[in-house]
Design a protein around this ligand. Structure first.
Ligand SMILES: Nc1ncnc2c1ncn2[C@@H]1O[C@H](COP(=O)(O)OP(=O)(O)OP(=O)(O)O)[C@@H](O)[C@H]1O
Ligand SMILES: [Mg+2]
Length: 375
């Protein structure tokens, strides 16, 4: 039940973007009296007039930015400790440090999920109501949290650098292997080596791109560039690339394409298919078949990749989509796999399209199913 205005805590939301303000209002208005400001000057007037118990403050605003507004709120008598939760577009160490220096209590990266905003506001309100003794404990815990957060942000940056800087040299290695393969005089042994280099490079690049996109998705930056594209062409290309590995294992690649076109980001969809096909190949027994099919289901595009391997145990069918989760295999024919990032990437990429990805039992084998909306 909504409480009368007089007892509901007042939350001040400061954002120059009207849409963001509306979103914050819709998220918070059931439990709080929400006051809004579109810029720093308005915010300072509201703080003086309404004495909010918590301020949700956008960082990037024309005129006074969020950091300056926070510093000025802190200078107002009675508001030295009013909790301030910053909303920032950037998730990096510099922004975090600037937020702390300005006197902020918490830090959320956009796009902000409504449940996250509610939780952070609740936490900020509890902090605002602490007595002096408890505040001391809180400050200690907070300093530790800040150190951990800083480390975490530095680690994220390092990963992004490593991954990004690996991509180019690995691409160059592949180019050189291609140049070698074009040499008609190349001995069969050298040719086999160059082919092996290309295979390894492909799997390394797949790993790098998976990592890169998983971290992009964590920052809310995995946005698909959707176009109408030929699934038939894409499927043929992906199967052609996998054909060397398939031949080596005696596996036949089949396709049954009922739906020939789809609306998707070509690069992301290609890499989803590459990952699923790579997994299927790894688990497929010798002389078996892998089938890629597509169809229209309930007004959506559906693709399925079915192999005849050991399948995924029922209790693991959700967990395998989490990063770093791999199922222990007792089957010696299953070749050693990577890091357990492939399916995590695939699910994030499919969900970024508003679609769904899951696994079913194939009797025998695993069937990975993907639905993508047409809209
Ligand atoms: N077609 C399949 N048949 C049986 N098990 C599968 C299949 N595809 C995936 N799995 C299981 O799900 C786990 C996670 O797959 P995922 O693609 O995320 O990681 P990976 O293939 O082990 O490593 P990476 O993709 O990072 O190289 C695999 O380790 C495997 O245990
Ligand atoms: Mg994989």
């Amino acid at each position: 039940m909504t409480e009368p205005d007089a007892i509901r805590p007042v939350i001040l939301v400061v954002d120059d973007n009207a849409e963001n303000r509306a979103l914050a209002l819709a998220t918070l208005e059931d439990d709080y009296r929400v006051v809004m400001a579109a810029n720093g000057e308005e915010a300072l007037r509201s703080v003086a007039a309404e004495s909010p118990e918590c301020v949700v403050l956008d960082v990037n605003m024309p005129g006074m930015n969020g950091f300056e507004v926070c510093a000025q709120i802190r200078a107002l008598s009675g508001h030295e400790q009013t909790p301030v939760v910053f909303l920032t577009a950037l998730r990096d160490v510099e922004t975090f440090d600037a937020a702390l220096r300005a006197g902020g209590d918490d830090f959320l990266t956009k796009p902000v999920r409504p449940t996250e905003l509610v939780l952070r506001v609740q936490a900020a309100l509890r902090v605002g109501r602490l007595n002096a003794a408890n505040r001391e404990y809180y400050e200690l815990a907070r300093r530790q949290r800040d150190d951990l957060m800083r480390l975490q942000l530095q680690k994220e940056r390092l990963t992004a650098f490593v991954v990004h800087d690996l991509k180019n040299p690995v691409g160059v290695v592949d180019l050189h292997a291609q140049v070698l393969l074009r040499d008609k005089e190349l001995s069969p042994r050298a040719r086999a080596s160059a082919t092996a280099i290309r295979e390894e490079v492909r799997s390394l690049l797949r790993l790098i791109m998976n990592l890169l996109d998983i971290s992009k998705s964590e920052e809310g930056k995995l946005v698909p560039a959707v176009t109408e594209l030929s699934f038939a062409t894409l499927a043929a290309e992906v199967m052609e690339t996998a054909s060397v590995a398939a031949r080596a294992k005696g596996v036949t690649l089949k396709s049954e394409l009922g739906a020939a076109s789809v609306r998707a980001d070509p690069d992301l969809l290609r890499r989803v298919l590459e990952n699923l096909l790579d997994n299927a190949l790894r688990h497929a027994p010798e002389d078996s078949a892998i089938t890629l099919s597509s169809s229209e289901r309930e007004g959506q595009f559906e693709a399925r990749i079915a192999d005849e391997g050991g399948g995924v145990p029922a209790e693991m069918r959700e967990r395998i989509f989490d990063p770093f989760v791999q199922v222990e295999s007792t089957d010696r024919s299953v070749t050693r796999s990577g890091r357990g990032l492939g399916l995590a990437f695939c699910r994030l990429a499919v969900e970024a399209h508003g679609g769904r990805l899951w696994v079913e039992e194939g009797r025998p084998g695993a069937v990975f199913c993907m639905r993508l909306p047409h809209g």
